[in-house]
Design a protein around this ligand. Structure first.
Ligand SMILES: Cc1cc2nc3c(=O)[nH]c(=O)nc-3n(C[C@H](O)[C@H](O)[C@H](O)COP(=O)(O)O)c2cc1C
Length: 448
């Protein structure tokens, strides 16, 4: 009781410091000077008080109609890519989330890449006019409204039933180039059809069966794809231990464990079972682990000479993805590549591979300003994209960032991911005192 009374007294004192003047509602105080020099018995200045008017209170009330759409409601809680990742974790079966989120071995290739982005320092300039910023980039010398692209990711319809078409639609609407994977679950033609006005690239693994590869390349050309991205860092699959431990197969099998999971993620399973069967669009059929699949289709005998074979089958732009040294970058440009992607495959192949962001300045200074260098791995924030451009990248690709959005809320989730990254890019540029991506230079970033 005593304690309670003491609390009430104490509270009163905090709110109405002794000596404060309380003015009844509507009473007009002739001039502020009436109060300006008043002090209480301890000599503290006395603040004038009054009752609030009804109109003042109603303008403070922030009641809004509740959001009835559950996806929009869910996504409105996401302010960062990490928020989308947390929602994705709740919405998706654990083995599917782990397939996307995971990397190879001890996952050091991925964690080091992310840490490098987190640890860098930006060096801002102040007193610059940043009222307007231009965040466009120019892959292959053609203007793109955004400084980033969506990286190729296999089996996208497993993460969410809306899959590649959802990603392609968002990409086209927002002017983000999108690379469809060889291991996509929607066909080359179907993605082209929904990508109205979009910029599409096709990612190719070099198949043991070259005729199948040539057929895919012809189809991509016929469907109007602008560039071919040859991924070269998968002579064998990296060991993705989470998949091994979860027993993930493609397509997911109905086991006692997955049946339990159905109770926890009923909408994911209902969507899987009531839409087109989950299959690779460019492979006849497969039943096994992703690693076994990669090992069975990819040709480990491939060498730099095979770029000439690809060149003779493809008239568009040619990009080589998975370059991890200055020497290899030089070799593939000499062999006719139009661009290279410095990437360690999001840490999913060789664990402890070089961090692409660290490699970037070395490759840029060795090969000069004229070659086209792209970057990926570890991007979770628009600020990471800004840092990549500052250190010499012409374009930055994001993989998991949009996949977390897809798992969190299908097409709307991908859109939210793109919106978050875009807002972060614009704000970072303004705070750096820079009014365009093109203006960024290595002086804006210190890699520690
Ligand atoms: C789930 C998943 C599937 C992927 N599938 C492919 C693929 O089929 N072909 C490919 O070249 N890269 C693939 N990648 C690698 C991405 O293209 C990209 O290099 C990587 O995601 C970049 O790292 P980030 O996820 O940290 O942005 C995949 C990545 C993820 C996360």
């Amino acid at each position: 009781m005593i304690d309670l009374r003491w609390r009430v007294l104490h509270y009163r004192e905090e709110i109405f410091a002794e000596g404060d003047q309380f003015i009844p509602v509507g009473q007009v105080v002739s001039s502020i000077e009436n109060f300006a020099h008043r002090t209480d018995r301890f000599g503290s200045h006395v603040t004038k008080r009054r009752w609030p008017r009804v109109g003042e209170l109603t303008s403070l009330v922030g009641l809004r109609a509740p959001e009835l759409n559950s996806v929009r409601r869910r996504l409105s809680q996401a302010h960062t890519i990490e928020d989308l990742r947390r929602i994705a974790l709740r919405r998706t079966p654990r083995s599917v989330f782990d397939y996307t989120d995971g990397a190879a071995g001890e996952e050091l290739g991925l964690s080091r890449a992310r840490e490098t982005f987190r640890n860098l320092e930006f060096m801002p300039s102040v007193l610059r006019d940043v009222s307007q910023v231009d965040i466009s980039s120019s892959p292959f010398g053609v203007r793109s409204p955004m400084p980033f692209a969506f990286a190729p990711t296999g089996f996208t319809r497993m993460m969410n039933y809306q899959g590649e078409p959802a990603v392609a639609r968002v990409a086209a609407r927002r002017g983000i180039p999108y690379a469809l994977s060889t291991l996509g679950t929607t066909s080359i033609e179907d993605v082209a059809e929904v990508s109205v006005g979009g910029r599409l690239w096709f990612q190719l693994y070099v198949w043991r069966d070259r005729l199948t590869a040539e057929d895919l390349v012809r189809r991509a050309e016929a469907a109007g794809y602008e560039a071919l991205i040859l991924t070269v860092d998968v002579p064998v699959a990296g060991v993705r231990l989470r998949d091994v431990r979860n027993g993930l197969t493609i397509p997911p099998k109905l086991t006692a464990r997955t049946l339990v999971d159905m109770a926890v993620h009923p909408s994911w399973w209902a969507n899987l079972l009531t839409t087109e069967p989950l299959e690779f669009a460019s492979l006849t059929s497969w039943s096994g682990t992703v690693a076994d699949l990669l090992d069975s289709i990819i040709d480990p005998t491939m060498t730099i000479d095979d770029l000439a074979w690809l060149r003779s089958n493809w008239n568009g732009r040619l990009v080589v993805k998975g370059i991890q040294s200055v020497a290899d970058a030089r070799r593939v440009f000499d062999a006719g590549a139009d661009a290279v992607i410095l990437s360690n495959h999001g840490g999913r192949q060789l664990d402890r591979a070089p961090v692409p962001l660290r490699l970037l300045p070395e490759v840029r200074s060795a090969l000069g300003p004229d070659v086209e260098l792209w970057l990926d791995t570890g991007v979770l924030n628009g600020a990471d994209i800004v840092a990549g451009h500052a250190l010499g990248a012409d374009l930055v690709l994001v993989g998991r960032a949009y996949l977390y959005g897809l798992m969190a809320g299908g097409e709307r989730g991908v859109d939210r991911a793109a919106e978050i990254l875009t807002d972060e890019i614009i704000r970072t540029l303004k705070l750096l005192g820079v009014s365009s991506i093109a203006e960024l230079s290595p002086e804006h970033v210190r890699v520690t």
